[in-house]
Design a binder for this molecule. Structure first.
Ligand code: F6P
Length: 322
């Protein structure tokens, strides 16, 4: 029997559901006779050999927990030749034939450094931003959107009570997917994202004025953090419309919390898929969602994809927010 050793690490910003994915990897791999090592604090843990043996029980009671029991970092050292070589040396010493990387686009890019040095990798998209280009969905996105939605439902209560406009900034790095999905879920009057150029006067001021004439009394404007415009836009809306306007930056609440059922299920399925690939000797893939099915994409190909944004949903969201 070809006895395999797999290492699992979480890298970049944490995402709710990372723990559920780690659990599924560990449980299925051990059941199939594959040894699993846990790496603490992402690629940094490979460099520092912060690595431990995982068992079926190491992953008990984590399916419902946000954060990551493996901790996470963004490790600049790993991207230096010296750092990569230390990580590779440690992998070889521990007979690690495959590293399973749970993270976003940057972490997937990082895996190519290991692959070039003869260490196999399988990547699982875990990021609240849903900006892994080759996959329609990433673990953590659904939870972040649900958290943002429920926070904005509260903001709406007070905006309603005061006839105010509330401008809310959501996370997403350079990507507007959280803004779009949250915006349609809360019925935002305007959704401002890096992917769609907008005209402030036409798309925000006139839209507010138009809907106000139709009887709307309070307004939610969603702004993606990548635009970095929340303070200015809040002031400008207040000045141009005469409506009292308040700003809220939702921030890290979006990254924490217990994963939704959808994220737990996605994590379970992607984790199992990763182990099945390894069992069949298939490596260097990103597990992805395409047309609602779990598939695998070559890492190099995955990194050449253009980011996805649902322009059709964007247009519809704005059409119905009147
Ligand atoms: O990628 C996840 C994310 O939360 C982004 O939405 C945000 O821009 C970034 O991470 C924040 O990173 P940090 O944890 O380094 O502040």
């Amino acid at each position: 029997m070809n006895f395999k050793t797999v290492a699992v690490l979480t890298s970049g910003g944490d995402a709710p559901g990372m723990n559920a994915a780690v659990r599924s990897i560990v449980r299925l791999a051990i059941t199939k006779g594959i040894r699993v090592l846990g790496v603490r604090r992402g690629y940094g843990g490979l460099i520092n050999k912060d690595i431990f043996e995982m068992s079926i029980r190491t992953v008990s009671d984590i399916i419902e927990r946000g954060g990551t029991i493996l901790y996470t970092t963004r490790s600049p050292e790993f991207y230096t030749d010296e750092g990569t070589q230390k990580a590779v040396k440690n992998c070889k010493e521990l007979n690690i034939d495959t590293v399973i990387v749970l993270g976003g686009e940057g972490s997937i890019r990082g895996s190519t450094k290991l692959i070039k040095n003869g260490i196999n990798c399988i990547c699982i998209p875990c990021t609240i931003d849903n900006d892994v280009a080759c996959s329609e969905n990433s673990i953590g996105f659904d939870t972040a959107v649900n958290t943002a939605m429920s926070m904005i439902d509260r903001i709406r209560d007070t905006a309603q009570a005061h006839d105010r406009c509330s401008v809310v900034e959501v996370m997403g790095k350079k990507c507007g997917n959280i803004a779009l999905q949250t915006g349609i879920a809360v019925g935002a009057t305007a959704i401002l994202v890096p992917e769609c150029p907008f005209d402030f006067q036409r798309d925000v001021v006139e839209k507010i004025n138009f809907t106000q004439k139709m009887g709307k009394k309070h307004f939610i404007i969603i702004v993606a953090e990548g635009l970095k415009i929340i303070s200015k836009i809040t002031k400008d809306i207040s000045e141009k419309t005469g409506i009292e306007t308040r700003a809220t930056i939702l921030g890290y609440v979006q990254r924490g919390g217990s994963p939704t059922a959808a994220d737990r299920a996605l994590a379970g399925k992607m984790g199992c898929y990763a182990v099945e690939l390894i069992e069949n000797g298939i490596y260097n893939k990103v597990i992805s969602v395409k047309k609602n099915q779990i598939v695998d994409v070559d890492i190099d190909e995955a990194l050449s994809y253009k980011a996805h944004f649902d322009f059709d949903t964007y247009d519809k969201a704005l059409e119905i927010s009147i």
